[in-house]
Each structure stands twice: as structure tokens, then as C-alpha cells.
Write a protein that binds this ligand. Structure first.
Ligand SMILES: Nc1ncnc2c1ncn2[C@@H]1O[C@H](COP(=O)(O)OP(=O)(O)O)[C@@H](O)[C@H]1O
Ligand SMILES: [Mg+2]
Length: 410
């Protein structure tokens, strides 16, 4: 056991001296201070931080009960032991309610005194250790950031629409901190779709000297509908300022203080996109029902597999409704992946929302496409439940375009 530091609080100097003498017999215990009233006891406890306060009840100014209460609130890691005389039972009860850990009735022997102190300290230290463990584990649980990259090697497939709407839907339904990074560094559309005219973008952030921490990052973010956005550069040529290491630092800074970090990407496997894919917990791979896209995505799947990233992938089918000549089942067969989520076509609502810079999950929360975004949320965080009623109807089953031979896109 570590050394035990004790503060003696009693208004009678003689009593303090006697207790000190008794405690000096025990090598484990050191008297670190004496207080003549409750006020002094509280002040000294604050400054000295002893392990134990031996507290008399009847003291002038602030009595022992009030002092015990103050210490239990301000410095709960300090254990108070009440020292009283026979006949103070009612006070004792109040002292225990005020937070005292134990009491000693005068007169007591040196042995009784030191064994009580040691028992109380041991128990108290254990309790604090347990509490510390619980706090750390709940903190870890509380802050488990999830990084999600929306990716597709095809342009115009709906990455930015889905990424922005997912971010807003996440912020709305979880009320947690959601960040959104536009890594389409040359032709990013996140700012337009979120109605932001950014002066500060990732390009300016990259030119900052010193450590890129959560505080610095915050200066470069624009808030829309509960989502904090880091915009892509205002000019395509500025994209050269953003290195893979820079992207890693940005994402790291986001994960320090954000619960969800969504990343929008260009339709290519470049080095900055690869960093995001690598740092992601979830990759939402976007496909649509047209032959060039499926062919293209098939190649992406092969690359993701080679990179060992396939386990993080969830396949989403955008514009799944309507007549295409290709069925979702064909896509699954070709990609050798199951479709995890589908979003229907809604040309009117989507184009309106894009042009107004207002995500459609806000413009019309009841539209099937908005509800389908909500249904994708459990792919990001399984704690969110799918509402069965919101399942998006699949396109009427027709004979697959690919029929049997699917060699053409292998
Ligand atoms: N589910 C959908 N229904 C109708 N139109 C859509 C849908 N998803 C996307 N679009 C249209 O496709 C366009 C391109 O989408 P965008 O998100 O910019 O694609 P990407 O980021 O993959 O290049 C949008 O402007 C929007 O009008
Ligand atoms: Mg885009």
C-alpha cells in the first residue's frame, strides 16, 4: 500500500496533537496538515489533496458536517472519517449522509485509528480505480468514429447526391457530430449541393503551418443542416496542394471530434482517394443499371479485392426503379456481390434539390428516395434499425438483359 496522507480537522489543539502522536506510530501514515475549523478543513483539503480527513463534528464557523459535504462534492477522491464522541448518533447519521466514509468514536487506540484509516483508504482507492475504468470504457464507447467513403469509378452515378443526403440524414437521426469531406478535389460538387460558397477549403487548410488538430480544422468547416463540410478547392489546379499525407491528417483530425465522417470522392482510384478508402470503416460502392457502369464497377470490385478492401464494401444501387433492360439480379451476378441498398429514381425531386442546394431528405422527407436514404443508415451504423415499411420496391422483375452469357463484361 502507498503512503497515506492524513489531514486532521479539530478545533481543540490538544486533540489534534494527540491524534498526530497516535498516527506517528504508523509508518504508512503521514499527517500532512491540521485545520482548526470546517472552513480551513475544506480549504486545506483542496490545496493539499490528502487521502483522508479526520473530521471532528462540532467545530466553530463551518461545522464538520457541512465541511464533509463540501469536501465530498469538491474533492470526492478524498475520504472523510468522522471523529466523534458517544451520544452524537444523530450527527453521525447526518455526517454519513453528507458523504463521510466511516466514523470513529472517541476514545480510540492507535491501532483502531490506523486500521480504520487503512481500511477506508483501500476501499476508496479500489472504488476510484473501478470508476476510472468505467469512465474510460464509456468514453471509448462514446467516441468510436465511423469513416464512410462513397465511391464509384463512374461519374454521374449519384455519389455526391447520396453522400450529402446521407450526411444530413445521419445528423438528423443520430444528433451526433457529422463531418463531410469533399475529396473530389478538381470538380467537387458538395459545396454546390449544400448551398455553400466556401472561401476556406481543403486547399487553404493544406497551406496551414503546424499541427492540423481538431481546433484548426474547425476554422475551415461550413455548417449546413447539422453537417460540418470541408469543401474541395475552388479551382481545379489547387488540387495539387493536397497530398495523400494531407488527406490522412484531415481525416484523423475529423475522427478526433466527429462521430461520423463522410467522404465524397472523384470517379477514380487516385492516391488521395486510396487514403480515404484505406482509412474508412465502410465503403459505399455505387452502381446503377447501365452496362458501362456495371462493367466499370466490376473492375473496381476487382481492384478493391486486390487491395483487401472488399470486406468494408456495401453495394448500393442508385436509380434502381424504371425500365433499364438490366435487372438488379444481373448486377449482383456480374459483380458477385449482393446489393445492400437501393435508391429509386426521382428525377424531379433530385434535380430540384441539387439546383436549390437543399438535400432532398430535407426538401421532401417522405419521398421514397428520401426514405431509401434513411434505410441505408444501418449500413453505416448497425445500431440504426431499418424500417421495414420503408423498403424501396424493387423494379418489376423482367428477364435479365444479360440472360445467361455475362462474359461481355467480365
Ligand atoms: N436517384 C436519382 N434519381 C434521379 N436522378 C438522380 C438520382 N441520383 C442522382 N441523380 C442525378 O444525377 C446527377 C449526378 O449525380 P451526382 O451525385 O453529381 O453524381 P456523381 O457525384 O457520382 O458524379 C445529379 O445531378 C442528379 O440530377
Ligand atoms: Mg460527384
Amino acid at each position: 500500500m502507498k503512503e497515506i496522507k492524513v489531514l486532521i480537522a479539530d478545533d481543540v489543539e490538544e486533540t489534534r496533537k494527540n491524534i498526530r502522536l497516535l498516527l506517528e506510530l504508523d509508518q504508512m501514515i503521514t499527517v500532512v496538515g491540521e485545520a482548526g475549523n470546517g472552513r480551513e478543513a475544506v480549504e486545506l483539503t483542496n490545496s493539499i489533496q490528502p487521502d483522508v480527513v479526520l473530521m471532528d463534528i462540532n467545530m466553530p464557523d463551518v461545522d464538520g458536517i457541512k465541511a464533509t459535504e463540501a469536501i465530498s462534492v469538491a474533492t470526492p477522491q478524498v475520504a472523510v472519517i468522522i471523529v466523534s464522541v458517544q451520544g452524537e448518533q444523530e450527527y453521525l447519521k447526518r455526517a454519513m449522509l453528507a458523504g463521510a466514509k466511516e466514523y470513529l468514536i472517541k476514545p480510540f487506540t492507535a491501532d483502531e485509528l490506523s486500521s480504520t484509516i487503512k481500511r477506508v483508504v483501500e476501499l476508496h482507492r479500489k472504488r476510484w480505480q473501478e470508476l476510472g475504468k468505467m469512465e474510460t470504457s464509456s468514453e471509448v464507447k462514446k467516441h468510436q468514429p465511423t469513416v464512410v467513403t462513397v465511391f464509384s469509378t463512374k461519374g454521374g452515378v449519384g455519389k455526391t447526391c447520396i453522400c450529402t443526403n446521407l450526411a444530413v440524414a445521419l445528423a438528423r437521426s443520430t444528433r451526433e457530430k457529422v463531418g463531410l469531406v469533399d475529396l473530389d478535389l478538381q470538380f467537387g460538387d458538395v459545396a454546390v449541393m449544400m448551398n455553400i460558397f466556401p472561401k476556406r477549403t481543403i486547399a487553404e487548410l493544406m497551406q496551414e503551418q503546424g499541427e492540423l488538430d481538431a481546433e484548426l480544422l474547425e476554422n475551415y468547416l461550413y455548417e449546413r443542416s447539422g453537417v460540418k463540410v470541408l469543401a474541395s478547392p475552388n479551382k481545379p489546379e489547387l488540387s495539387e496542394l493536397i497530398t495523400p499525407e494531407g488527406v490522412a491528417r484531415v481525416l484523423k483530425a475529423f475522427t478526433h471530434s466527429y462521430d461520423y465522417v463522410l467522404v465524397d470522392t472523384p470517379p477514380i482510384f487516385n492516391d488521395t482517394t486510396l487514403v480515404a478508402l484505406d482509412m474508412s470503416d465502410r465503403i459505399l460502392l455505387l452502381a446503377s443499371l447501365d452496362l458501362p457502369t456495371v462493367k466499370n464497377i466490376k473492375r473496381s470490385v476487382d481492384i478493391l479485392k486486390t487491395l483487401g478492401l472488399l470486406p468494408k464494401v456495401k453495394l448500393l444501387l442508385n436509380r434502381s426503379t424504371g425500365s433499364h433492360g438490366i435487372e438488379p439480379e444481373d448486377v449482383e451476378r456480374v459483380l458477385e456481390l449482393g446489393i445492400d441498398g437501393q435508391l429509386p429514381s426521382d428525377g424531379k425531386l433530385v434535380i430540384q434539390s441539387v439546383n436549390r442546394g437543399q438535400p432532398f431528405v430535407l426538401a421532401d422527407a417522405n419521398a421514397p428516395i428520401a426514405r431509401s436514404v434513411e434505410n441505408i443508415l444501418p449500413l453505416i451504423d448497425p445500431r440504426m434499425k431499418v424500417d421495414e415499411r420503408q423498403e424501396v420496391p424493387r423494379a418489376a422483375k423482367k428477364k435479365g438483359f444479360f440472360g445467361k452469357p455475362i462474359i461481355g463484361i467480365r
